[in-house]
Design a binder for this molecule. Sequence first.
Ligand code: GTB
Length: 217
Amino acid sequence: MTPTITAFKNSPDRGRGLARDMRVRWALEEVGQPYEVRLVSFAAMKEPAHLALHPFGQIPTYEEGGLALFESGSIVLHLAQTRAGLLPDDANARARAITWLFAALNTVEPPLVERGMAAIMERDKPWFEQRLPMLDARVHKTLGELSRRLGDAEWLDGAFSAGDLMMIGVLFRSKPLGMLGDYPNIAAYVARGEARPAFQRAFDAQLAVFNSHQPAG
Ligand code: GTB
């Protein structure tokens, strides 16, 4: 059965790959799994039909037969565990790849999201100027540590895995912050991910949603 995911009908980023269905689309493309997309408005996400799929009223979700999932990390892990291509066969290498997936979501994404949200939501608040150096320091600490571990390697731990997909997905979303430029090896790592044909197909599919909602002419 062809899986169905949900995505924004009107993504605020105008389909530039920043919404979290991007990483799910990318994983689907990497494993060669065709999929369908149900587009949801912000209002529909808070209605009972969608809340039954996603308790927090968000995208992405994933439905396949009798299975319904939410959380991009869980969906990518499910795809990696049920299809070939995103996890190594060796049990220890597999566990390490899954560790990098969790590190992307639990260690790297939070300070990046916190910094990004502050720039959008708190810019005009009296505390913003004081808080900014602390948020920047947290981002730099995490990126510095990641950069040190990555070194000159192509991917985080051997062959490209779901761990790299999630890490690059997280880092790609943070490019607008402009902080990756301080870490040339991380910038090159993200570029290698973006150059993968599966990434390009996922990106183009997300952009096509935006373009299809634009008036002709
Ligand atoms: N932990 C969940 C996961 O990983 O799946 C988080 C899901 C999530 O944050 N979903 C967001 C959402 O549905 C979309 S990705 N928001 C609607 C709501 O909460 O009402 C976050 C996002 C949104 C928009 C942009 N953008 O356009 O720039 C970027 C990222």
